[in-house]
Design a protein around this ligand. Sequence first.
Ligand SMILES: Cc1cc2nc3c(=O)[nH]c(=O)nc-3n(C[C@H](O)[C@H](O)[C@H](O)COP(=O)(O)OP(=O)(O)OC[C@H]3O[C@@H](n4cnc5c(N)ncnc54)[C@H](O)[C@@H]3O)c2cc1C
Ligand code: SF4
Length: 510
Amino acid sequence: MRNLILVLGDQLSLDNAALSGIDRKQDCIVMIEAAGEATHVWSHQARITLFLSAMRHFAELLRAQDLPLLYVALQPAANGEHGLGAQLHKLLGEHQPSRVIVCEPGEHRVLELVTAACRDAAVALEIRPDTHFLCSRQEFAAWAEGRNELRMEFFYRQMRRRHAVLMENGEPAGGRWNFDAENRGSFAKTGPGALPQPPQFAPDPVTREVMALVRQRFAGHPGSLEEFHWPVTRTDALRALADFVEHRLPTFGLYQDAMWTGMPFGWHSLLSAVLNLKLLNPREVIAAATAAWRDGRAPLAGVEGFVRQILGWREFIRGVYWLDMPGMLAANHFDHQRPLPAWYWTGDTTMNCLREAITQTLRHGYAHHIQRLMVTGNFALLAGIAPKAVHEWYLAVYVDAVEWAELPNTAGMALYANGGRFTSKPYVASGAYIQRMSNYCGNCRYDPKIKTGPRACPYTTLYWNFLDRHEPALRRNPRTALMARNIARLSAAERGAIRAAAGNILATIA
Ligand SMILES: Cc1cc2nc3c(=O)[nH]c(=O)nc-3n(C[C@H](O)[C@H](O)[C@H](O)COP(=O)(O)OP(=O)(O)OC[C@H]3O[C@@H](n4cnc5c(N)ncnc54)[C@H](O)[C@@H]3O)c2cc1C
Ligand code: SF4
């Protein structure tokens, strides 16, 4: 074997840079189903199924192209050697290639595993830049160089200009970069009304076989496979994209942040998993959305809001991840040490918003951004849960979870664990925010307006407790000075009551 071309489980594209220039006679593509990748965090069964099924379908595609492939299926538990690094090392010994070629792994840990396996086997390693992303790691590092504050908005504008997305004569389409004010509405009391249902992709024989395997091999893992309808091939991913653009993009922006009981998906695209597996390319997603605006099929505000997520946030988050790893894993600005409450894995809590968000997560492997940020994330921050435990939960429970996307969102956005490296303030909110953006509070035993006493909403109590604890720091930051003024207005007795109520909640949440 001349080159061993390693294709990782989230690199399932024929455009994978590692495949370029492959010699069918001398090179061999290797794909490895490593149990360690399912157990290094306690992965949701749907997440494991999605990865394995998508890998097996991609392997079929490679075989159909007559490409040489060595596919290592999940080894029986008794066989040992379940880690990706150990399995790669074994293959290197068996096949003795002159070189391993791999496209940049998405995760720092995997990069280290692959590097160590090659070093230990004394095989040269060539790592090729991941051209899936519009911004390379080097470009992002150059953009970030010398900036005191990393702000997505400025990065996004540069990306819009550089890639000529939603631009007209050098100016942003519609004369504005940002249409946030027109996005992000909440529903009237009557709720969302009839919703366009996202397409469901019935599991085919390959997926059904993986589901049976996962049910047996990872029986103790969280989540259910009853509702597994995720796309696992490029063909289905393209169908999911077309369906989103036609049926949900026109209303996407308007209700981007809204939450409602029994509405797990809203108008969201549900494309994160297929994007992260590389079954879709962000360029084609952006092109489909902007074409819908140009053809008058979707309004500019919603399309801009969507493009901002893909061209802005997704690329920015990946850039920050590589800039700040491995330090980001240990970041703990507030020195929070509380363990993750066990009910994060079951949804068995009296707080209705959390019950809703977690139950749907376990059912579908999905919750939308605001459920992640302002329900599960906000609570974890207010309750002082250790960032590492929160990170391991987020990385485990979503079908789209990959560390480069998950960790900056968790440590940076949700928990402020990196001390505001790219956010201007902690995203904390009381129950009033959740009440405004959802109908969760109407079905809850607590009242979001009450700070203390038996009906006090834990978010509200813990929010005021957070202000109480961090008043000096909040006062120093112009973005949070109002919060500091609000807590300063309370009497010493009121503040004492909040502290006591927060202490009671924290003593009982685990
Ligand atoms: C604590 C936390 C953890 C998260 N973990 C992940 C994760 O592991 N993987 C992941 O892909 N996203 C993650 N996100 C970002 C975001 O919540 C999901 O991308 C989004 O909810 C996926 O649903 P969707 O495809 O319907 O997205 P839509 O709302 O339809 O958005 C469109 C696309 O934009 C991209 N996007 C939007 N926001 C972000 C963001 N903040 N960061 C990166 N990409 C973004 C996604 O690719 C998404 O598919 C996390 C957010 C938070 C707050
Ligand atoms: S009252 Fe508080 S705990 Fe209950 S749903 Fe509303 S925000 Fe959540």
